[in-house]
Design a protein around this ligand. Sequence first.
Ligand code: AMP
Ligand code: MG
Length: 483
Amino acid sequence: MSKINWNFKNTYFNLPESFKEDVNPVPVKNPDLVVLNESLASELNLDFSKIDKKELSKIFSGNVLPNGSNSIAQAYAGHQFGHFTMLGDGRAVLIGEHTTRANKKYDIQFKGSGKTAFSRNGDGRAALGPMLREYIISEAMSALNIPTTRSLAVVKTGENIQREKILQGAILTRVASSHIRVGTFQYIAARQKEDELQTLLDYTIDRHYPEIKNSNNKALDLLNLIIERQCNLVVNWMRVGFVHGVMNTDNMSISGETIDYGPCAFMDSYDPKTVFSSIDQMGRYAYCNQPVITKWNLARFAECLIPFIDKDKDRAIEIATETINTFEKIYEEKWINMMRNKLGLIGLDDKDKSLILDLLTWMHKKKVDYTNTFCHLMDQGPKKEKVFENNDFLDWRIRWKKRLLKNNNSSDKYINLMKNNNPMVIPRNHKVEEALIAAEDGDFNPLIKILGILEKPYLKQKGINDYQQTSPLGEEYKTFCGT
Ligand code: AMP
Ligand code: MG
């Protein structure tokens, strides 16, 4: 197995007992590799090319653990739809931290790997459809240049699992710069042992934010850095119309990566209230609420840090509140700049905000496809659409063209700006479903095809018209948490 180049340097394993359970993946009956991400493997300096499929199936099911791995389930808590619960890896294990030649660390986690101490009433398993869905969408997000966990492989376990109906079991190999969540801090904070919280704080800074290692107020600096990262992340989601769907605090990563692709989906026609998750009846995690919830989650994170922000508790709360309240300003500025990029606007103009909002309002009113509107503005729309002959739109377009003149720059520059910020293709709900349904039937061709197309979302690709159309599934499309 030395040919693969695993290089495990496991640090979370060495943290106190309360942080995790030492547990191996539960072996599966008949593992069968479905997909392996060779380009990610090579980014990680891993080489699976000399390993046959049978062996790969054993590796990615956890039936055989690589040398140097120390398998653990991580403890965490979380606010789920606003309610605090003790959680933890109930169907996942972290087999170790692989370290690349550039000395970058990546958690290698098996999701769907069997019961752990945190499984509560669950079976510890995952189904093929949701694991492939996570694979498709996380890889699409990475190609869209959005921070995210990655997907290295999916195997079928050869075992059935019982959900509403019987489904094929599967295991996803998830790669993350770590799996430390807001919920990890909440779990340790709830134990009320300051030394443990100090350990987690120091560990997190050491792993993700070493630049503040020697600062005077590490906790406050960490909070500021994470506000910045999370703002960047959610602005990117808004840029491409991504609706995460289950922004519980346990699904918010301290590294600022998108994590946990359960009920997420991409918005078709522009509607700020877009929700896909079947369990999100109140729209808590609707498209337009994502920044609000990000701030709410960050406030829960700040609460965990209170003991370290100031010795005087009241003063610490005051400082934390002030810090959290910087969110709106930071977000607003990042959001407007992101929208400027989508419209190719260089420099600042007083009327930019109204120009942007007027386009969004028009899109909402006319139920126009979000992605394809920007493609249309780049003269790259997948088809001629009557809606763009609408007078209100044409008036808006004149205003936009006038504003472009103020760019004071070559048109190449604004066109490139637009091309780098507006995807030509996103994971359309009907095409994702089509690939998953075929895969469940043993036909992996549509899966391979969609993965290939989504690798290059900003390029004009031939023959992908079908993948650029507004999903006929429409707003009625419902997603599930994938348990
Ligand atoms: P998620 O919805 O994937 O964010 O999961 C929320 C919590 O439920 C986490 O603690 C998971 O580990 C746990 N969980 C989800 N599905 C299962 C399952 N099938 N068996 C055990 N635990 C699960
Ligand atoms: Mg989760």
